[in-house]
Design a protein around this ligand. Structure first.
Ligand code: G16
Length: 568
């Protein structure tokens, strides 16, 4: 395991070119009025592009962030994003605001293309004070799509709730922002320049990250697997940020053929797709992996490169199972050979990882949904690997979830075990027991109806405790709350839980990342220890829970939907 704290601060190599841009204009103070809708959600502020295009909308949020930080003077930040529509304008605006505020340094990814995990790594590696990542993650892009901005702090992780609430409070009382009127900074060439007090460095966004991956994984072993003519794999970057990273790591460093990569050119609208690596939106990859003569391994990542989907030939690995398999086999992988300090999962994520933690004799933490809740545990040295059902997995090498990390972990595992993906997972089930798991998403529901469904279940649930529903006996019905074991902060209303005596669960929560109406997520989990029953089809195995959830929530009835928008 790599030592995490204190993180060594490294210095950039001396640049070949340095130029000073004369800023003729002095910072100006522009009066503004608050917007009332700038409270960050599960992961930053996500809105329709048209909302961000309103005059002063972005400026207000960025200035509110600076204000919540006690000013930006003397601070050094990383800047980049997933390349979606409006990234370029937004980057130039943030540069002007940061220069006006007296930032000491801006490290900007070439062309503004920077994955979320790579941003986290840069902040940590170069000891920066934080950074802005411009992304709405897996949400669609383009002029009619979504845009987003999130601030990460000096540990490389997402701003914790204390800071996001402070930003929101500032956004409600903002009356002016400072900006400097300078020409657009050229983001295409690597360079070093200075504007007023701010040193601006345009950097290669890929190299540092690829070097980090080479420290954690056995690249020679993986290259050997890739060179084996019997092994074929496909990686789908979904026209999002990981394309350049995949080309460098898989092709240049590991020797994969170029046709291993699908959709590796970042596009402002993700090629019209929905850059969400799941069974619905990564359709082309899924069709190949479930078609005739499929490759042995398939994987995809999302808009900003923090999510991952893992597939074997004709086999989908749920994110929860992927997390459990990764933790159970971490000792086989170079960067994790010394063992794990602890593991964690978000509350709706299946308890498959809990079984692994129990076997390893290490702690397993249950946190609310949102990567920001893992940060304190990582910093306190209590956590090595964690994950979420929402296709996020990572370790203490950064403070974000990391899509390519998970893909490399699986490649490393396949190279060590020399078994098909499906065989690795089914052996894991036989060894530890299986947790059948599925998530049903109902997107773009009318907000009033979504509120009503949540409220009715919250009121009704506790009265059902102790009642038998068929084979199931309800033991807990509550709204999950979490007290952070490190700083003692309390987070309430994190999702309605129905827990049953056999450890089956139904969870209902409202998504914190959607931008149109409300998205409701229903999560179903059922533990199975009988090897004969483990190979059932997932939806069939969960049918009793799915029917009970409809009976208790009347979700389909009240929304008029006949089926979920997405099932994973
Ligand atoms: C974000 C967070 C994740 C979280 C997910 C849940 O993912 O970073 O930690 O699990 O949202 O989203 P929701 O609230 O919609 O269920 P991402 O990849 O969108 O940044």
């Amino acid at each position: 395991m790599r030592e995490q704290t204190p993180h060594p601060k490294r210095v950039f190599p001396t640049p070949k070119t340095f130029y000073r841009i004369a800023a003729t204009m002095k910072p100006q103070t522009i009066p503004t009025r608050p917007f009332t809708d700038q409270r960050p959600g599960t992961s930053g502020l996500r809105k329709k592009v048209t909302v961000f295009q309103q005059p002063h909308y972005l400026e207000n949020f960025v200035q509110s962030t600076f204000n919540a930080l006690g000013g930006i003077r003397g601070k050094r930040l990383v800047l980049g994003g997933d390349g979606r529509f409006f990234n370029q304008q937004a980057l130039q605006t943030i540069i002007r605001l940061a220069v006006a505020g007296g930032a000491a340094g801006l490290l900007i990814a070439r062309n503004g293309i920077l994955s979320t995990p790579a941003a986290s790594h840069l902040i940590r590696k170069y000891g920066l004070d934080g950074g802005f990542i411009l992304s709405a993650s897996h949400n669609p892009g383009g002029p009619a799509g979504d845009f987003g901005i999130k601030f990460n702090i000096a540990n490389g992780g997402p701003a914790p709730e204390k800071l996001t609430e402070a930003i929101y409070a500032e956004s409600l009382k903002i009356s002016a922002f400072q900006i400097v009127d300078i020409a657009a900074v050229d983001l295409e060439r690597l360079s070093l320049s200075r504007i007023l007090e701010t040193e601006i460095r345009i950097i290669d966004p890929v190299a540092d990250y690829a070097d980090l991956m080479a420290e954690l994984f056995d690249f020679d072993l993986i290259a050997g697997l890739i060179a084996d003519s019997d092994f074929r794999f496909l990686y789908d970057a979904m026209h999002a940020v990981t394309g350049p990273y995949a080309e460098e790591i898989f092709c240049r460093r590991l020797g994969a053929a170029p046709d291993t990569l699908l959709n590796c050119t970042p596009k402002e609208d993700f090629g019209g797709g929905h850059p969400d690596p799941n069974l619905k939106y990564a359709r082309r990859l899924v069709d190949i992996m479930f078609g005739p003569a499929p490759p042995a391994f398939g994987a995809a990542s999302d808009g900003d490169g923090d999510r991952n989907m893992i597939l074997g030939a004709g086999f989908f690995v749920t994110p929860s199972d992927s997390l459990a398999v990764i933790a159970a086999n971490a000792h086989l992988v170079k960067g994790y050979r010394k063992g794990l300090k602890g593991v964690a999962r978000s509350m709706p994520t299946s308890q498959a990882i809990d079984r692994v933690a129990a076997r390893l004799g290490i702690d397993c933490y249950e946190t609310p949904t949102g990567w920001k809740f893992f940060g304190n545990l990582f910093d306190a040295g209590r956590l090595s690997i964690c994950g979420e059902e929402s296709f996020g997995t990572s370790s203490d090498h950064v403070r974000e979830k990391d899509g390519l990390w998970a893909v490399l972990f699986w490649l490393n595992l396949l190279a060590v075990k020399k078994l098909p993906v499906a065989e690795i997972v089914t052996r894991h089930w036989r060894d530890y027991g299986r947790n059948f798991y599925s998530r049903h998403d109902y997107e773009e529901i009318d907000s009033t109806i979504a509120d009503r469904i949540m409220e009715e279940l919250a009121q009704r649930g506790p009265g059902l405790i102790g009642r038998r529903c068929g084979r199931l006996q309800l033991t807990v019905a509550d709204d999950f709350s979490y007290r952070d074991p490190i700083d003692g902060s309390l987070s309430c209303n994190q999702g309605l839980r129905l827990l049953f005596a056999d450890q089956s669960r139904i969870i209902l929560r409202r998504s914190g990342t959607g931008t149109s109406g409300a998205t409701l997520r229903l999560y179903f989990e059922k533990p199975e220890n009988d090897p004969a029953a483990m190979m059932s089809e997932t939806q069939t195995a969960l049918a009793e829970l799915i029917d009970l959830a409809e009976e208790l929530t009347r979700l389909k009835e009240l929304t008029g939907r006949r089926e979920p928008t997405v099932i994973t």
